[in-house]
Design a protein around this ligand. Structure first.
Ligand code: IMP
Length: 192
């Protein structure tokens, strides 16, 4: 089955392709000639995921899925949440985002946090959503050089290493995105 993955983020494409294997014929935005930075203007992670998939439906009328992820930090009232990508400004710079988060958490003892992903799937006229959560904590200094985004400061529950220190197979097994995408795969297997 042909499915468009509505993301411009090559790290996400890599992680999701590792999970999907050869099960589906995944088309990137580039494959379908879409060069737009698809708007994400909703107030929730779910809303943004649906907005991105709906954009492809409206402009290309194709079956597709998208995903949106936010880092929710308990001591910061679940921020940065939907602002995770542009936490330190419109440049969407991962180093700046991590530095600001570490600064804002510097006087906090509760460093618990979670990544939350929502995958929105548009299949044959209907929209479906799948959620994945990975709980953990924000450490005080960056460690590791794998992965992307906030990976160097996030240690998942039950582990000592950050996502940026763990290998990609382990990250996919326990991550927010891995969990949401496995729900997507189960649904697609039942419904296609
Ligand atoms: P978005 O889903 O592309 O809007 O991503 C929101 C923000 O969270 C961006 O700054 C990403 O770099 C970051 N992010 C998304 N997924 C992950 C992840 O798996 N690890 C670390 N950071 C992530």
């Amino acid at each position: 089955m042909k499915l468009v993955f509505a993301t411009g983020n090559p790290n996400k494409v890599m992680e999701v392709n590792d999970l999907l294997g050869d099960l589906f014929d995944i088309q990137s935005l580039k494959d379908i000639g879409c060069q737009v930075d698809i708007p994400e203007t909703q107030a929730t992670i779910e809303g943004n995921a649906i907005q991105k998939a709906q954009y492809i439906v409206d402009h290309y009328a194709m079956n597709c899925f998208s995903e949106d992820t936010g880092l929710e930090v308990k001591a910061l009232n679940n921020e940065p949440g939907i602002y995770s990508a542009r936490y330190a400004g419109a440049a969407k710079n991962a180093e700046d985002n991590m530095n600001l988060l570490l600064k804002n958490l510097s006087d906090q003892t509760d460093r618990s946090a979670q990544f939350r992903t929502v995958v929105a799937l548009y299949l044959n006229g209907n929209m479906h959503t799948f959620e994945g959560i990975c709980k953990g904590k924000i450490i005080e200094q960056k460690k590791g050089d794998h992965g992307f985004g906030y990976d160097p400061i996030f240690v998942p529950e039950g582990y000592e290493q950050t996502f940026a220190e763990l290998d990609k197979t382990t990250k996919n097994e326990i991550s927010h995105r891995g969990k949401a995408v496995r729900k997507l795969i189960a649904f697609l297997k039942e419904n296609s």
